[in-house]
Write a protein that binds this ligand. Structure first.
Ligand SMILES: CC(C)(COP(=O)(O)OP(=O)(O)OC[C@H]1O[C@@H](n2cnc3c(N)ncnc32)[C@H](O)[C@@H]1OP(=O)(O)O)[C@@H](O)C(=O)NCCC(=O)NCCS
Length: 186
C-alpha cells in the first residue's frame, strides 16, 4: 500500500517535548509571527522574505505556507508564545523529508531548536517511516549546523556558492541522516 504522508502528518499535527508544543499555527499567532518574521537577524540566512505587517503575518498563516501539513508552530509551554516555526516538506517519491526552521532571536542558544528538531526527526523515522531527512544552511550560520549535528545529522558536503540569497552568493552546507543512521544511533 502506498504510504499517505499527509494523512500521517495530520494524525501527528501536535508534538510535545519537555518545554515546547509543536502544533498548527492559529490566527492568534499573527502578532508573534510578525515579531520574528520581521526580525532582520532571524531572516538573515533565510530565503523567506518575512512579513512586515500584521496582515502579512495573517496571510502567511492562512493563505500561504504556514497552514499546510508539516509546518509546525513552536510554542513555549511556559508562556504560550509562538517563538518560531519548523517546516517539514515531503518528497514522497524518495521517502525523504526536507526541513527548515526559524526561532525568535531572544530565544536563541537555549536548546529550543535542538529540542524541536529531535521530536521532528523521531516523527520522520518512527511515524512517517522516512528513509532520509535532509536540510541545508548557508555557511556562516553556525548555530543551524550545530542544531543538526546535535540531533545526529551529518555534514555531507559544501556546495560552493550554491545559492544566491537576497542578492548574495552563499556556500551551502548540506546535512542528512538516513534511517540506517537513525536506527544505529538509537
Ligand atoms: C539556527 C537556529 C534555529 C538555532 O536555534 P537555537 O534554539 O538557538 O539552537 P540551540 O539553542 O538548540 O543551539 C544548538 C547549538 O548551537 C549553538 N548556537 C545557537 N545559535 C548560535 C549562533 N547564532 N551562533 C553560534 N552558535 C549558536 C548553541 O549555543 C548550541 O551549541 P551548544 O550546545 O554547543 O551550546 C536559530 O539561531 C535561528 O532561528 N536562526 C535564524 C533562522 C535560521 O538561520 N534558520 C536556519 C536556516 S537553515
Amino acid at each position: 500500500m502506498v504510504k499517505n504522508y499527509n494523512e500521517i502528518l495530520y494524525d501527528n499535527e501536535t508534538l510535545f517535548t519537555e518545554r515546547l508544543i509543536l502544533r498548527k499555527f492559529t490566527k492568534e499567532d499573527a502578532p508573534d509571527v510578525l515579531e520574528w518574521g520581521s526580525n532582520e537577524e532571524a531572516l538573515r540566512y533565510l530565503s523567506w522574505q518575512g512579513v512586515t505587517t500584521i496582515d502579512e503575518a495573517k496571510a502567511a498563516i492562512f493563505d500561504h505556507n504556514l497552514s499546510r501539513p508539516g509546518i509546525f508552530a513552536i510554542e513555549l509551554k511556559e508562556t504560550g508564545e509562538c517563538i518560531g516555526s519548523l517546516d517539514l516538506k515531503i518528497e514522497p517519491d524518495h521517502d525523504k523529508l526536507v526541513f527548515g526552521y526559524v526561532l525568535k532571536p531572544a530565544y536563541w542558544g537555549k536548546g529550543y531548536m535542538t529540542e524541536a528538531l529531535a521530536a521532528v526527526l523521531e516523527l520522520c523515522f518512527e511515524k512517517l517511516d522516512a528513509n532520509r531527512v535532509e536540510a541545508l544552511h548557508y555557511a556562516g550560520n553556525v548555530g543551524s549546523g550545530k542544531v543538526m549535528t546535535k540531533c545526529g545529522m551529518k555534514l555531507e558536503g559544501i556546495a560552493k556558492q550554491g545559492l544566491k540569497i537576497k542578492g548574495i552568493f552563499h556556500d551551502v552546507c548540506h546535512y542528512g541522516i538516513t534511517k540506517e543512521d537513525w536506527l544505529a544511533k538509537a
